[in-house]
Design a binder for this molecule. Structure first.
Ligand SMILES: [Zn+2]
Length: 264
């Protein structure tokens, strides 16, 4: 099947309970290795299709992300920060001045550095000063296990650190991620790609009502499947609502009822 033609049909939502969504984890760009893509045109159709009011999107090419978030309603950027790239800090600071950028994405596994590498520290200080979060890919050795990201959290007790995928597919790493978020008040969990629906409810019980965020990891995962995991996790309706959008509004926009960043 050719999935790369223009205006591909989006999946049917038959049987999916309606939901209001803020997506904390979405990729934009073309990913030939995975045979998927989320270009600007697809993103603009995808967000309203699923009821996504806001989405945090990213790609290693931050200039491309800036173009996309300026043109697509509801799209906000996280700055992809790779401390191995000369000038990354200056670029990140410049982009964080843009109102559509709401934090930073770190992928220490792909980019090959320890999450607590001193080269990343000036950027974390910048985020603390701006009260913006960092989303860190979490769930693969050697650089993205929860305990390595915890070293960054311990170095920066004021930083808001989100464990992307909350440990991903391995229950040892999932449990470890919940442990890290439980013992560090400023560490949050994001649900994308983590297959065990009941772990979402367990995470909320253990780490508190404001620290678990919905993420889809689209286009690598189907958004409806990721939403369904939260809806059937065992949480009551009010908590499902917190996970699907309120907690992200609070973290990225400064108010759990905000539909856009709160100034100041
Ligand atoms: Zn991802």
């Amino acid at each position: 099947m050719d999935r790369r033609g223009d205006s591909e049909a989006l999946p049917s939502l038959t049987g999916m309970a309606p939901a209001t969504i803020v997506d904390a984890h979405m990729h934009v760009g073309d990913f030939p290795l995975f045979k998927v893509r989320m270009d600007e045109e697809t993103l603009a159709r995808t967000l309203p299709h699923y009821g996504i009011e806001a989405a945090m999107v990213f790609h290693p090419d931050n200039r491309y992300v800036r173009e996309v978030v300026q043109r697509v309603d509801g799209a906000y950027g996280l700055v992809w920060a790779n401390p191995r790239v000369p000038g990354f800090l200056e670029e990140a600071v410049e982009l964080l001045d843009h109102p559509r950028f709401r934090g930073v994405k770190m992928h220490p596994l792909l980019d090959g550095y320890h999450p607590n590498d001193p080269d990343i520290h000036p950027l974390i200080e910048e985020l603390v000063a701006r009260d913006l979060p960092v989303l860190v890919h979490c769930g693969h050795p050697i650089f993205t296990l929860p305990w390595s990201i915890e070293e960054l959290a311990v170095s920066f007790p004021q930083a808001k650190i989100i464990l992307g995928h909350m440990g991903h597919g391995n229950v040892v790493y999932i449990n470890g991620s919940i442990d890290v978020a439980e013992r560090n008040e400023h560490v949050y969990l994001e649900t994308s790609g983590m297959p065990m629906h009941t772990k979402i409810a367990e995470a909320v019980e253990r780490v508190g009502p404001n620290k678990v965020l919905f993420g889809s990891d689209a286009p690598f995962h189907e958004i409806g499947v990721e939403v369904r995991k939260v809806q059937v996790s065992g949480l009551d309706d009010a908590m499902v609502d917190r996970v699907l959008h309120r907690n992200s509004r609070l973290l990225f926009f400064g108010d759990e009822a905000a539909s856009a960043p709160v100034a100041g």
